[in-house]
Design a protein around this ligand. Sequence first.
Ligand code: SAH
Ligand code: SF4
Ligand code: F3S
Length: 457
Amino acid sequence: MTANSENTGKKVFIKTWGCQMNVYDSTRMQDALEQDGYSATSVIEDADLVLLNTCHIRERAAEKVYSHLGRIRKLKEDRAGTDRPMTVGVTGCVAQAEGREIIARERSVDLVVGPQTYHQLPEILARSKTDGPQVATEYAVEDKFEHMPAAQKKQVQARGVTAFLTVQEGCDKFCTFCVVPYTRGMEVSRPRQQILDEARSLVDAGVREITLLGQNVNAWHGETPSGAAMGLGHLLHELAAVQGIERLRYVTSHPCDMSDDLIEAHRDLDVLMPYLHLPVQAGSDKILKAMNRKHTAAEYLDIIARVREVRPDIAISGDMIVGFPGETDEDFEATMEIVGRTNYAQCYSFKYSKRPGTPGAEMDGQVDEAVKTERLAQLQALLGEQQEAFNRSRIGKTMSVLLEKPGKHADQLIGRSPWLQSVIVPSSIGRIGDIVDVTITDAAPNSLTGESARQAA
Ligand code: SAH
Ligand code: SF4
Ligand code: F3S
C-alpha cells in the first residue's frame, strides 16, 4: 500500500448505467480513486464524491441523468458549508455527448469526464476544488489503459470470482442507429502484453472466469512478441494457457469480424465457454443495408451454422432492433424469420430510438411508436419461448457450474452454467469460487435449479 492510499475517510459512490464496458470503467475509476484515499460506499448520503457513469445508447438516458442530478442537488445543498461538502461528477457516454451542456443545465455538477480521460480523474477532481467546474471530454493522446491502476489483488478479491477485462474500445462501424462511435471514439485495441498481465493479476486475486470486453471485441488485433499480426482467436489461445484461468468469455462481437481463427477457438479451447453474443439487429437485407451493418441475413446465418458445426452445443445470443426507419410489416417478418432460424438461447430486443447526430435520426419513414410497441411484443414473445425452451432443454443434464455468490436464501448459492444461465444450488454443494458438477432439476425463464451431481447419481 502506498502512502497516499491510506484511508482518509473520504468516500465515493458510483452509479453505473449501460454496458459492461461502463461496469469495467466504474471499477477502474474506483481503483484510481482508492489510490487517492477514497473508499467505496453504496450509500449516496455517505459519499464525499458522487459519480454517475452514464449511458447514451437509447432515448431518455440523458433525461434520467438530469432527474437524478436534481435529487443529488438537494443532498449537496444540505452539505454545503459543512466540513464534508459533496462533489458531483458525470462520466460515461452522456458526459462525452453532452459535455459542457451538463454544467450549464445543472449547477450541482463539478466535473464532466468522458470515457477517454478517466486516467486523469484524480487531477480533474483536484482542479475542480480549486478552479471550479471541470469538463474533460477531449480524446486523450496517451493510452488511458496505460495510466489506469492495474487491477489490484486486494480489490479484485473483494469483487468476486468472475471479472471483466477490456481488450478493445471504441467503434468505427458507424451503424446508422448508434451513438457509440461518437461517444467512445475510434476502435483501439489494447496491447497483448497488458492484457496478459492484467489477466494474471486477476487470477492471482482469485478470479476464475474472465470476460473479455470490447464494443467490437472480435475486431481486437495485436502483435506477437516477434511482431506477427494476431487476432482474438490467437489471444484466447494465449489466455487459455494462463495457469488458473478456468473459463473465458468475450462480448460483444460483430458478424463482419467473426474470423475463422475465432470460430476454431470454439472448437479447440475447452476453457472458452460455449456462448456467443452475436447481434444481427434485423432480418431484412434492406434494413440491414440502411443500418450500415455491412452483411446480409444469409451471411449471418452462415456464420451461426459454421460456429454450430465446430461447437454444436453453443448458445447463441443477440440484439434486435424493431422499428428502424423504413421497416415495413414484411421487413419485420424477416426479423421474426431470422430469429426463428437462429434459435436464440437469449436475446435483447429494443424499439428503435432516434439518437441525435446519427444518420438514422434524419431518415424518412420513421415508424410509429404504436407499431414499434406491437412489433416488440411479438418479437419478445418468440424470444421468450426460445429462451425458455433452451433452459428447459438442460433439465436432467449434468454440467459444470462456477459458484459466484450467495443466493436469496441462506441455504442457497448462485452459479453460472457454461451457457451463462444462473443456476441456483444448495449451499452445501461447495464454496464460492468452486466449479462443481451440477445436475439440473428444474428450469424457469431466467434461471435453472440444480443439485450436486454426486447426490443425483
Ligand atoms: N457493439 C455492439 C453493441 C452496441 S450497443 C454491437 O455492435 O453489437 C448494444 C445494443 O443496443 C445494440 O446491439 C443495439 O441492438 C442496441 N441499440 C443501439 N443503438 C440503438 C438505438 N438507437 N435504438 C435502439 N437500440 C439501439
Ligand atoms: Fe454501434 Fe454498430 Fe459499433 Fe455496435 S458495431 S457499437 S451497433 S456502431
Ligand atoms: Fe451505453 Fe456507452 Fe455502453 S452509450 S451501451 S455506456 S458504450
